[in-house]
Ligand binder design. Structure first.
Ligand code: CMP
Length: 362
């Protein structure tokens, strides 16, 4: 089994050799070298595939792999050159079948799963636009045939011929190889171009919205997973948790990061999901997963009362001050809990300071 970077590097080498091999400027020796390079890459790809199959236990695993996306890419990559040889019986042309190796890049692309999901979710809307495209395409081809067949029989003499003009115009590609000559033909061209622009704009809008929704959904699920591990949230009802999850941002911080600095204005509060943070007071307070901090400045409208440092690599959930205010209106039970803890901390700090003052005057 090849590591993703090795596999991608090898695929690139093989494809480059295949492309350069078609160049007329290479001499015989270079041609031989490039041909053997493509064959060598094919051999490595095929051997690593065979090895992967060999290492799998049982035919159930093997057949499951062979029918998966990755397995099919391996099968197609390994069969590419033998199949090319069989079909073309020309070794040079057989190498061109290495083109299918470009599919190998796909399997290491994390964003592809997201892309498929987006396509699946927006398929109804995309299909509606596609059917609109087909309707405009047929209508434009037929009307162009009706308007232009007498003045340009070569290009518009039949509906299939007019279809080429139609597709070039709908997609607003406009090669300019065919132009309508009649007034009605030109009017039609204008409408088809406008229809094409609108259709592609709709298409792009649908895909962009579906992407944004899917990312938001993933963010929600990821945050929900983190929130589920914080005991503080478990005390709240499901509706409150769902409400707050929407507003939280997760953040990873390295050990030693100053998360909150004493005297700074408060802009957010934090929930510690994992790791450890320390509040730098005369008597430092260690915060464990499940604790929150940074709430005092927000609730009391004062500067940060202490510096808080991550004493271990930590994961935090961040709640922005504006979101906290919004939440306070809707979920008073949540704010009451936070406020009670803020007051307790504030009193503990005041007491500690009074003690320290007494000790100094003694
Ligand atoms: P804030 O004042 O916004 O910034 C520093 C934070 O440290 C503060 O909010 C509290 O969340 C936290 N903090 C201050 N004092 C204590 C304490 N005694 N125990 C636990 N946390 C504290």
């Amino acid at each position: 089994m090849l590591a993703p970077t090795v596999s991608n590097g090898l695929t690139t080498l093989g494809l480059l050799a295949m492309i350069l091999d078609t160049s007329p400027v290479i001499d015989q020796a270079q041609h031989r070298f490039l041909t053997w390079s493509v064959i060598a890459v094919w051999a490595v790809i095929t051997m690593s595939f065979a090895l992967r199959l060999h290492r799998m236990h049982g035919w159930t695993h093997r057949s499951r792999y062979l029918t998966s996306g990755n397995g099919l890419i391996d099968v197609v990559s390994s069969l590419s050159l033998p199949f090319g040889w069989l079909v073309t019986s020309d070794p040079n042309d057989a190498l061109l079948f290495a083109l299918v190796w470009s599919m190998r890049y796909i399997r290491h692309t994390a964003g592809l799963a997201l892309f498929w999901r987006v396509m699946q979710r927006s398929r109804t809307a995309l299909l509606s636009i596609a059917s609109l495209f087909v309707a405009i395409f047929f209508a434009a081809s037929t009307l162009a045939y009706i308007f232009e067949r007498h003045s340009q029989p070569e290009a518009f003499g039949s509906i299939p011929r007019a279809m080429w003009w139609s597709v070039v115009t709908i997609t607003t590609t406009g090669y300019g190889d065919l132009l309508p000559a009649t007034l009605w033909g030109r009017l039609l061209a204008g409408w088809v171009m406008i229809g094409g622009v609108v259709m592609f704009a709709l298409w792009a809008g649908i895909i962009a919205t579906a992407f944004a929704e899917e990312l938001q959904r993933r963010h929600f699920l990821h945050t929900w997973d983190l929130v589920a591990t914080v005991p503080f949230f478990q005390k709240l009802g499901a509706a409150t948790v769902a409400d707050i999850v929407r507003l939280l941002e997760s953040r990873d911080v390295a050990q030693g990061t100053v998360i909150v600095r004493k005297g700074d204005p408060g802009d957010a509060m934090y929930f510690l999901v994992s790791g450890e943070a320390t509040v730098e007071l005369a008597e430092p307070v260690k915060l464990a997963p499940g604790n929150f901090f940074g709430e005092m400045a927000l609730l009391f409208g004062a500067p940060r009362s202490a510096t808080v440092i991550a004493t271990q690599p930590s994961v935090l959930l961040v709640l922005d001050v504006a979101d906290l205010r919004e939440l306070a209106g809707r979920r008073p039970e949540l704010i009451n809990l936070i406020e009670a803890e803020a007051r307790r901390r504030s009193e503990a700090n005041a007491q500690a300071e009074t003690h320290a003052g007494h000790d100094r005057t003694k």
